[in-house]
Design a protein around this ligand. Structure first.
Ligand code: PEP
Ligand code: MN
Length: 262
């Protein structure tokens, strides 16, 4: 079902004013984790004035260490909803438990399935049962074939609103957090009709190369970019090293817009 052979036309996912997979790429920005109402509101206000319509923020955080901040859970989804309602934004947040897939739709507009859960088949099946858009992240070491099969799990249950996002893969290279696989973009676009996005934050882990990597992604045909933004990254409860300040985001966004690719 995900194959271009099966469906020639691009799948377009309408999210508020934005059509993802259409002619114009989308910017998805927001904090790594939802930490407080004030924190999310500060980012949302800045995104609104920058013209960004989709806000991200993690409420259920799959962390490497069990001693690290695990997220605010449902309270985090509530904060996202309150802020999104105030500013008229669309929201994306990760869900990690199949039992939360159904209720998530009451709070957020897109369910993210994270890299660590790309192979969680029960979660994928649950995501296939609902009718809200799913943003599926490529697994840490997943081949493109495995990635597309994970998407197939969702479509096979009837949910056709799936977006794919390349977020870097594990290689021997340590100069970046993961290795951004740019070639995934044109290959996925050829193989599938689903929208393809690139997460510059988790793939590179390096603010200094977000802009060139985002431009490369767009030049390769990506339908959108995801980036993390925090009012005060130094105090962030997760990914403190790699979140942009609001000012840095504005510069990043302006650079991409100037490139003519956005
Ligand atoms: C995220 O986007 O919040 C995240 C945890 O990313 P990933 O699943 O790609 O590591
Ligand atoms: Mn993060």
């Amino acid at each position: 079902l995900v194959s271009r052979k099966r469906q020639q036309a691009d799948t377009i996912i309408q999210l508020g004013p934005a059509a993802i997979g259409g002619d114009k790429p989308i910017m998805i920005a927001g904090p790594c984790s939802v930490e407080s109402y004030e924190q999310v509101r500060a980012v949302a206000a800045a995104m609104k004035s920058a013209g960004v319509t989709v806000l991200r923020g993690g409420a259920f955080k799959p962390r490497t260490s069990p001693y690290d901040f695990q997220g605010l859970g449902l309270e985090g989804l509530r904060i996202l909803k309150d802020v999104a309602d105030e500013f008229g934004l669309q929201t994306i947040s990760e869900i990690v438990d199949p039992a939360h897939i159904e209720i998530a739709g009451q709070y957020i507009d897109v369910i993210q399935i994270g890299a660590r859960n790309m192979h969680n088949f029960e979660l994928l099946k649950a995501a296939g049962e609902v009718r809200i858009p799913i943003l599926l992240k490529r697994g840490l070491s997943a081949t493109l074939d495995e990635f597309l099969h994970a998407a197939e799990y969702i479509l096979s249950r009837g949910n056709t609103q799936v977006m794919l996002i390349e977020r870097g893969i594990r290689t021997y290279e340590r100069a970046t957090r993961n290795t951004l696989d740019i070639s995934a973009v044109p290959i996925l676009k050829q193989e599938s009709h689903l929208p393809v996005l690139v997460d510059v934050t988790h793939s590179t882990g390096r603010k200094d190369i977000f802009a060139p990597c985002a431009k490369a992604a767009l030049a390769a045909g990506a339908d959108g970019i995801m980036v993390e933004v925090h009012p005060n990254p130094a105090t962030a409860l997760s990914d403190a090293q790699q979140q942009l300040t609001i000012e840095e985001f504005n510069q990043f966004y302006a650079a991409i817009q100037r490139s003519g690719l956005f």
